[in-house]
Design a protein around this ligand. Structure first.
Ligand code: PRP
Ligand code: MG
Length: 225
C-alpha cells in the first residue's frame, strides 16, 4: 500500500507517452531526477513519487491502489479493464482528466491485395494483436468471429510470416503499416492519454496534493491548445 502522505504517480518508463508525460510533469513545476535506472523517482519540491513502469502495468497498479494516480493511454486502460473484468479482478478507477497528447487509433489492417468488402470479410480470420479484448469486443458488436494471436510488439510483421491473416494494432502516422505492406480497413478505438486515479478516496494530505497538481495540469493542457 502507498505511504500515507506522498502521492504516488505511475508513468510509462519508455515508449510513446514517456517524453510527453515527463514534459507535462516538468511544466507543472515538479522537480525530479529521472535517470534510466531509477524506477521510483522522488519529486524534490512536492510530496510526490513517480513510479516508472511498463504502460500495460499502469492501470492495474492504480486499480489495485498501489499507485494513487497514473498517466496512461486509453487503449491500454480499456484493454486492461476488460481483461480484469473477465478475470473477476478489481477494474474500477476514476478518469480524473483527459490529456491532449498520445493520440492514436487502434485499427484493423490487412495485407495489400486483400479483397476487403466490409467487416464481414474479416469473419473467421486470424489477427495478430496486443489488444485481444478490444478486438473481441469489436468482433462481438459486429457479429463476426475472429481468432487472435498475441504479440506484444512488431505486430505488423505477422501476416508476412504466416502467423495471421491481418493485424489489429495502433496507428499514429501510418508509416509502420505502409512499410509492411498493410492497409487500414477499420478503426475500432480512438485513444489519447488520460490521468486516472484509484476509485477509493485519497487520504486528506494526498487529496490536497492532487488539488494543487490538477489545476496545474489543466493549465498546461490549456496553454497547448
Ligand atoms: C507502435 C505501434 C505501431 C506503430 C504505429 O509501435 O504498435 O506499430 O507504433 O506508429 P506509426 O503509425 O506512426 O507508424 P512501436 O514503434 O511502439 O513498437 P512496438 O510495437 O514494437 O512496441
Ligand atoms: Mg508496433
Amino acid at each position: 500500500m502507498t505511504t500515507e502522505t506522498r502521492l504516488r504517480i505511475a508513468m510509462q518508463k519508455s515508449g510513446r507517452l514517456s517524453d510527453d508525460t515527463q514534459a507535462l510533469l516538468k511544466k507543472c513545476g515538479l522537480k525530479l531526477n529521472v535517470s534510466d535506472r531509477r524506477l521510483l523517482a522522488h519529486v524534490t519540491n512536492m510530496p510526490i513519487d513517480i513510479m516508472r513502469v511498463r504502460s500495460s502495468d499502469i492501470p492495474g497498479l492504480v486499480m489495485d491502489g498501489v499507485c494513487d494516480l497514473g498517466i496512461v493511454g486509453d487503449n491500454t486502460l480499456e484493454e486492461t479493464a476488460l481483461e480484469r473484468e473477465r478475470m473477476g479482478n478489481k477494474s474500477a478507477y476514476i478518469r480524473t482528466t483527459g490529456l491532449n497528447f498520445g493520440g492514436c487509433r487502434l485499427s484493423i489492417a490487412m495485407p495489400e491485395g486483400f479483397n476487403y468488402q466490409g467487416v464481414k470479410s474479416l469473419d473467421g480470420l486470424r489477427f495478430a494483436t496486443t489488444y485481444p479484448q478490444l478486438l473481441n469486443r469489436y468482433a462481438r458488436e459486429q457479429g463476426i468471429n475472429v481468432e487472435f494471436c498475441l504479440l506484444k510488439g512488431s505486430v505488423e510483421v505477422a501476416p508476412r510470416v504466416g502467423l495471421a491473416d491481418g493485424i489489429c494494432d495502433l496507428v499514429s502516422t501510418g508509416a509502420t503499416l505502409e512499410a509492411n505492406g498493410l492497409i487500414e480497413v477499420e478503426e475500432i478505438f480512438r485513444s489519447k492519454a488520460s490521468l486516472i486515479q484509484t476509485a477509493s478516496s485519497l487520504s486528506t494530505p494526498k487529496q490536497q496534493i492532487l488539488d494543487t497538481l490538477l489545476p496545474r495540469i489543466q493549465g498546461v493542457m490549456k496553454a497547448k491548445e
